[in-house]
Design a protein around this ligand. Structure first.
Ligand code: AMP
Ligand code: MG
Length: 349
């Protein structure tokens, strides 16, 4: 299949391209499109055969449910059995935006979309191209991240093409995404709302609106007995091909430790990559050193993480060392993804 790509700037109206993409969705096909978090791979959420195509194109396990994207709050009624009061408050505070809510599904939502669950994940994105596509199609759009299963989520249209060219008919290229890490997922079917995946909207932000909020124990501790409640969090996502270790400690000690480990490995013929920051990158002696951004710029660190993991894959490193980042604000989500990519290997110096 030939994959078309249309460049769409976020401030001009590209009605012709949006209309063509909307028609593909209405006919049950797939379109990759930008959202403010990462690129999504969309299909009509209420048609099981359309949803199944998403799993096929991504090679995604069929028990890993999809997030349904809506463009108006009223559309929550089209998928939810009932609308919890908390959903109204959260939508007021954070929609459109990078927050996904889990609610009980109604009978219109096929099990193909929810991976067999009786709950459904719903989000209203804020990206103008995503909103225009949903509105113009008249559909609700099921969309997971537009990468092959197991690869880092795409933050550029070029990443989507790398993974899915030849497998999908259309990519809408809206440039680099703003946030770069997937949405926060909060489960409203629990007595106390529970975060199933950390993201840009933090626990503290949710607690200001809801009062007490818990965090799924299955995502904090890899050895916890509980399995993560979001089926997707159990898969070894975001895993670069090289073995990744996070080195944590005072800045100078981290640089010295990574350099001494690097030299030892280079002597055995291994190629070593390093994830540093603007402050430290020049001090490393690895074969490929990439700065993720300035240490105090949490937003830049989040936006660059997945692109950097892809660059290391392309450069065929054997081993990667990464600095650790402050787990404040979106830093919590960054560390959650980085720890997963590292299979929780952390060296404290
Ligand atoms: P992605 O869109 O690729 O970031 O993946 C969607 C994430 O949402 C995965 O981790 C899913 O497991 C999670 N998810 C979607 N629907 C549900 C649901 N009904 N209950 C729990 N987790 C869900
Ligand atoms: Mg994904």
């Amino acid at each position: 299949m030939e994959t078309k790509t249309y460049k769409i700037s976020n401030d001009a109206i590209h009605l012709k391209e949006i209309k063509e993409a909307a028609a593909v969705i209405r006919e049950g096909g797939l379109v990759a499109f930008p959202t403010e978090t990462v690129y999504g791979l969309g299909a009509d959420a209420l048609r099981p055969e359309a949803a199944r195509q998403i799993y096929q194109a991504k090679g995604r396990p069929s028990d890993n449910p999809l997030i349904v994207h809506i463009s108006r709050f009223e559309d929550l009624e089209r998928v939810a059995r009932e609308i919890p009061k908390q959903a109204v408050r959260l939508a007021d505070a954070f929609w459109p935006g990078p927050l996904t809510m889990i609610v009980h599904k109604n009978t219109s939502v096929p099990y193909a979309t929810t991976g067999g669950l009786d709950t459904v994940a719903v989000r209203m994105p804020s990206h103008p191209v995503a909103l225009a596509l949903i509105q113009e199609s008249g559909c609700l759009i099921a969309a997971p991240s537009a990468n092959l299963s197991g690869r880092p989520s795409p933050t550029l249209a070029a990443h989507v093409a790398e993974d899915l060219a030849g497998r999908i008919p259309l990519i809408l290229d809206g440039g680099e995404v703003g946030i770069g890490i997937e949405s926060t997922i909060v489960d409203l079917t629990e007595e106390i709302p529970m975060i199933l995946r950390p993201g840009y909207i933090t626990k503290e932000m949710l607690e200001k609106v809801l009062g007490k909020v818990s965090v799924d124990p299955g995502i904090l501790d890899p050895d916890a007995l509980e399995k993560p409640k979001a089926p997707g969090m159990k898969y070894r996502h975001y895993a670069p091909k090289a073995e990744l270790t996070i080195v944590e400690g005072a800045q100078d000690a981290v640089v010295a430790q990574i350099n001494s480990l690097t030299k030892a490995l280079q002597e055995t013929g291994k190629r070593v990559g390093v994830i540093g920051t603007d402050e430290t990158a020049a001090a490393y002696c690895g074969d490929l050193i990439l700065s993720i951004g300035a240490r105090e710029d949490e937003d830049a660190i989040a936006r660059h993480l997945y692109r950097i993991l892809r660059e290391f894959d392309e450069a065929e490193m054997d081993v990667i060392y990464s600095e650790s980042f402050a787990a404040l604000g979106i830093g919590q989500a960054v560390m959650n993804r980085l720890l997963k990519a590292a299979g929780h290997q952390v060296l404290v110096v």
